[in-house]
Design a protein around this ligand. Sequence first.
Ligand code: IFM
Length: 488
Amino acid sequence: MTNFAYTPPTDRTLQFPDGFLWGAATAAYQVEGAAHEEGRTDSIWDTFSRVPGAVIDAHNGDVACDQYHRYADDAKLMADLNIKAYRFSTSWARIRPDGISGPAGINTAGLDYYSRLVDSLLDNGIMPWLTLYHWDLPQALEDNGGWANRDTAKLFAEYAMTVHDALGDRVGVWTTLNEPWCSSFLSYTAGVHAPGRTSPADGLAAAHHLMLGHGLAIRELRTAAPDAELGITLNFTVADPVDANNPEDIDAARRIDAQFNRVFADPIFNGAYPADLMDDLAEVGLRDGFEALIHDGDLDIISTPIDALGVNYYHGEANSKTPPTDVLVGDAPVERKTRSPYPAADGVYVHPRGLPVTDQDWEIQPEGLTRLLQRLHAEYTGERGVKLFITENGCAFDDVADANNNVDDQNRLSFYDVHLRAIHEAIESGVPVHGYFAWSLLDNYEWAWGYHKRFGIVRVDYDTQERTVKSSGRWYAGVAAGNSVPAR
Ligand code: IFM
């Protein structure tokens, strides 16, 4: 077990605001399984997991946590853990398997599954928090160009309405996309995620079309459901220069901030891509191609007002243009040849800071979350009245289970403790944060890492599908019950 020696403050119980929402999150491909049942076709992750070397040990989501068959028990388990909201995603390949437009493209059996899941959650007093896209594009659409094809944005809005027509009577919170940075740049430029392309131009096209799909879906959902809470989840990094007095390091951090954070936050909230990003793209000859993708009116659509911003935070980074002497392994679990996800940040490096790390070598940097929330509130959400939620935060550690599958994961518990304290600090400084979702409810399929990385507050025995609540899960249940983080 990685030794996470961070000592949190122990002497204060921190009370969260009344109504703070305590939730847990998963995503369709990572937990459902039933990959070939009841009309579901391949998504890009089914295909990608078959590419030699793409996923460690060629693990795939065929069975995953079998939530497709175990959703009712999982809903009861969440209720036992005092979880008030379940953030899950719907699988496009289950609902519109062949990527065909119109009523003929709908797979009713797929919608029925989500209807049963939603009913089970409601029966257990759990709010369904629905994400429409968590990376699993139908392969049929990838065969037609994927997110690099503008048509995919329009088909996404149609799919969103198909889901809404079926579930809108019971689901009040709608998230369009989860982490578009991953489904564009990690997927179409770095090649470490499905569909595994390695093209900076395709990554930029995917990013713009994901944004367009988001805006089109928000517009249609808003018309159909004026009272629903609509939003998007972005993953953020906190890019700091290694040397705050070195102009080269400052520029390195600025590039990462532009190409990770502001490339999505700016068009959504300000209706424009950042000017410095456009300059960076011009330097590498990508600006004209990117601008040609942006049709008149696109930015108005993308900046259609939203109600909620989901924030996914795992770690920040220290950037420099000087190579480090020591490297963090970070996001490259496999041996496939990959490239940087950034279109215009060659020669920018991440420097380890001597912080404790998780089992994926992700630095544990809770104070970055406080700063991130303060910044988002000041620059984007505060004046627009957009609610902030933490929709993902968590860690992989090399769990050690005893003969009964019990896991005393004090390191994960400490991770949650220090991050919740960081959120509380942001709240105390005047940032209204409305809820928190632990990533993840269950150990699950961690993409290119397969089942080798465990994030759950509940252990999954993949041989038997038995669920066993870990120490972190019992602790989190107490936090949710008391609406407070206890002194330790
Ligand atoms: O497992 C993922 C999730 O699908 C998206 N956010 C990050 C998590 C941990 O890597």
